[in-house]
Design a protein around this ligand. Structure first.
Ligand code: 9G3
Length: 568
């Protein structure tokens, strides 16, 4: 492709609102343009990368027997009424009315749609197992779209759905698709981890997220420094057997703690460590008051509280609710003599406190020498805290380290959550009817493209892996006005094209500096520079990633490229 004829609006300056590196580079290198917040156009270079990424995904999904479909973005609200999600999803679900005033959702995901597509026609076990997938634009009205393609309001997703007779079948499909995902992200040149994740509102059980390690990532991964254990920090269990300190239990005593509310202030004031404090927070769990206790140096994980209490909603009580239920403000509440209506649950670590400190449910008062079970009772001890760096890895091997990650894939075992809600049943070989067992599997396609740039760039621009680069090589004619340079460049361009290489040929009447800066910004893996030594039949070949340059005769370029691309 001749660059003089190809639309690549590169920019020198960094777009003001672009914080993420991938956002800055994809805009500056002319791959994408924002239309409104969170909504982007893919320009020719961006479209080419997307197409290569989609091809990798199709090869891996088709390779395990999945079948590609294309479902509508317009989804009748009736389907979401049937699944109950029309009400549970708020403003994030984009809704609209048609001219007949019928209501629709703009597809954020397609569990309901695909279940409705099958429920009337897939009735016999002979049709299963089956995996259908699509690559399509999704709509989610994010409250704060940011970081370019990393969190958009319209984005491209590959979403797949598996259909089986039973859980064993689901497990098999899940494992196969899990492996296909590993292939996809490996072929994209990404450094990623498959982490154990919380199924959240999806209602399934097993679920994994595929995380690309990057500082800009919004998720925190807890992984072991000695095994391949990795979990979303929200999900990571804490497996520690706590030991009580060997210390005589002293008499409980109330102490005045003027304006000392935080664990740190109280611990400093009473000259104890935060580990000797019991932190009490009042939560409304499905609107019932639950006092949740943790050791002063730990943080309560609301996802764990929700899972342990099997609750729909878990919210921190407001100051008013706390005052009304426990008689004082948050900084002074504690587990001693709480009203019957308040359930008390505690993280296991609380059992290790001896002669500790806790709030006295009285303004500016705390208790000293508090001992669990002597001074207060706990309805349930559970694993309720966030795992911390340095904790032992839950698999017993090594200790936990944190890393930031970008979620590029998510796989769920849904079970019969949607087939029951939408009446998708199947007859087994004994003629018994049962709901189809489903799984759902997503890859954020446009997000993955940005994640590649987050991991693979340098100070001059993008470093595309050969698997995704919009072209194989950037052929640069340094000075098109020089007859010998432009003749040699033209000849080489036609030769490489006829050899099947995808070449972007910079034939523009621009200064050399502009051409080199643009080539480094766009980031094709190889640059072939036809310059001063063209009339000797010598060109310079530069590998973008390493910066290594090599002079060679023009008729060696072909062989060089063949070797370079065959090793990838
Ligand atoms: C919504 C909105 C946002 C959502 C969802 C629904 C996330 C929603 C989870 C999934 C599960 C899987 C198929 C592909 C893989 C992921 N955000 N999820 O269901 F209405 Cl507004 O999307 N879906």
């Amino acid at each position: 492709m001749r660059q003089s004829k190809f639309y690549i609006p590169t920019l020198r300056e960094v777009p003001a609102d672009a914080e993420a590196k991938s956002h800055q580079l994809l805009v500056r290198a002319g791959f994408i343009r924002q239309s409104v917040s969170g909504v982007y156009s893919f320009l020719p270079l961006g479209r080419r990368v997307l197409r290569k990424l989609e091809t990798i995904i199709r090869e891996e999904m088709d390779g395990i027997g999945s079948q590609e479909v294309l479902m509508p973005a317009l989804q009748p609200s009736e389907l979401w009424e049937e699944s109950g999600r029309w009400r549970t999803y708020g403003p994030e679900l984009m809704r609209l009315n048609d001219r007949h005033d019928r209501t629709f959702a703009l597809g954020a995901t397609h569990e309901e749609l695909i279940t409705s597509l099958l429920r009337d026609e897939v009735k016999s076990y002979k049709r299963l197992p089956m995996v259908l997938y699509q690559i399509q634009g999704k709509f989610r009205d994010e409250k704060r779209p940011r970081f370019g393609l990393l969190r958009g309001r319209e984005f491209i997703m590959k979403d797949a759905y598996s259909f089986d007779m039973d859980e064993d079948g689901l497990d098999q499909n899940y494992d196969e698709i899990f492996k296909a995902y590993q292939n996809v992200f490996k072929r994209c040149g990404l450094d990623f981890r498959a982490v154990i994740a919380d199924s959240g509102a999806m209602g399934g059980k097993d679920t994994h997220e595929f995380m690309v390690l990057a500082e800009i990532g919004e998720d925190t991964i807890a992984y072991s420094n000695e095994s391949d254990y990795a979990a979303n920090v929200e999900m990571a269990p804490v497996k520690i057997s706590y030991t009580k300190k060997e210390e005589e239990q002293k008499d409980l005593s109330k102490v005045h703690t003027p304006d000392r509310k935080t664990i740190k202030d109280v611990a400093d004031y009473l000259n104890v460590s935060s580990e000797d404090c019991i932190k009490s927070l009042l939560w409304m769990v499905d609107d019932r008051p639950v006092l949740v206790l943790s050791r002063g140096d730990h943080e309560i994980n609301d996802i764990k509280v929700k899972n342990v209490m099997d609750a729909e909603t878990v919210e921190l009580a407001t100051e008013e609710q706390t005052k009304e239920i426990l008689g004082c403000e948050t900084g002074y509440i504690g587990p001693i003599d709480v009203p019957e209506s308040v359930t008390v649950i505690a993280d296991y670590a609380v059992t290790s406190v001896v002669n500790g400190v806790c709030g006295a449910n009285e303004r500016e008062m705390h208790f000293e020498n508090v001992n669990p079970e002597r001074d207060f009772t706990v309805d349930r001890y559970e694993d309720l805290r966030f795992i911390q760096e340095g904790d032992p890895s839950p698999d017993g091997q090594g200790t936990i380290v944190f890393a930031r990650g970008i979620e590029v894939g998510h796989v769920f075992k849904l079970g019969t959550r949607y087939s029951e809600a939408l009446g998708a049943t199947i007859l087994d070989k004994n003629g018994k009817s049962s709901p189809i067992v489903m799984g759902s599997y997503g890859i954020g396609v446009s997000r993955t493209m940005a994640a590649v740039v987050e991991q693979l760039h340098d100070e001059n621009g993008i470093l595309w892996p050969t698997s995704l680069a919009p072209f194989d090589a950037h052929l640069i004619c340094v000075n098109p006005k020089n007859a010998s340079q432009s003749e040699k460049a033209e000849a080489l361009y036609n030769d490489l094209k006829s050899q099947g290489f995808d070449v972007l040929y910079d034939d523009r009447k621009e200064r050399a500096g502009v051409k080199f800066t643009d080539a480094d910004l766009i980031g094709l893996p190889i640059q072939i520079i036809v310059g001063k030594r063209a009339d000797e039949g010598i060109v310079e070949v530069k590998e973008r990633k390493t910066g290594e340059k090599e002079e060679m005769s023009i008729d060696e370029v072909n062989a060089f490229l063949r070797t370079f691309f065959s090793n990838r």
